[in-house]
Design a protein. Structure first.
Length: 217
């Protein structure tokens, strides 16, 4: 950076430690671990809520009620103005997920399918999701580079002989670049809610990816 500014006379900005990027706050905790959380963005969502409805959202302990089925809702359909508000709030929540609030992903995904023709009950559910963000607005993703210890998990050996993969071999390119940096362990957690939709019978699958001990997607 010194060469860019001193020799080539580039005017640089934002060259220090990152503190805010794309609506997400970056900081270090008491243990000097790098963390990120959309604190300022959530406050902006709360301000928009106050502007739309004239009051702050009620705190909620969870983004959605257990066993709730919004596809069975028969409340009044929203008018054009209500539809725009619904779509605006869904979009705001989708971005909150992208910058770290994975805990509301299932609820927002379920409610986003009603964006074209939402009902009052769907809007009330979106308000609950925002109320959950309000109550747990200090949630943080900590970046931990330590590798997880899976030594106590038994390794399963699979017999692929009677499958279409029998005799298959992995083809590794001979011109791969030399790896740089430290290796990482990828972990994926998967779960499914079978027959999530009472009308169509469709299921919902949730997937959480981690690099070492940090959730990333």
């Amino acid at each position: 950076m010194d060469a860019l500014s001193d020799e080539h006379k580039f005017k640089l900005k934002g060259t220090g430690a990152v503190s805010f990027h794309l609506g997400c706050d970056w900081f270090r905790d008491d243990g000097d671990n790098l963390c990120y959380a959309p604190h300022q963005y959530i406050e902006k969502v709360m301000d928009n809520y106050l502007h739309l409805f004239g009051k702050r959202p009620h705190n909620a302990h969870s983004p959605i009620v257990q066993g709730d089925h919004p596809e069975l809702d028969t409340s009044e359909l929203l008018d054009d103005a209500g539809i725009q508000i619904y779509q605006f709030l869904i979009g705001s929540l989708q971005w909150a997920i992208q910058i770290g609030r994975f805990d509301i992903a299932t609820a927002v995904m379920t409610l986003s399918r009603f964006r074209a023709c939402p009902r009052q009950g769907h809007l009330d559910r979106v308000k609950r999701v925002i109320g959950c963000l309000s109550k747990f607005k200090h949630g943080v993703i900590g970046i931990h580079t330590d590798k997880p210890d899976y030594s106590n998990i038994p390794k399963k050996e699979f017999d692929w002989f009677c499958t279409c993969y029998a005799g298959a071999h992995e083809t590794i390119p001979e011109d791969c670049p030399t790896p740089r940096g430290n290796s990482v362990v990828t972990t994926t957690y998967v779960d499914a809610n079978l027959f999530h939709d009472m009308i169509s019978g469709r299921s919902v699958t949730g997937i959480l990816h981690l690099l070492n001990m940090t959730p990333v997607d």
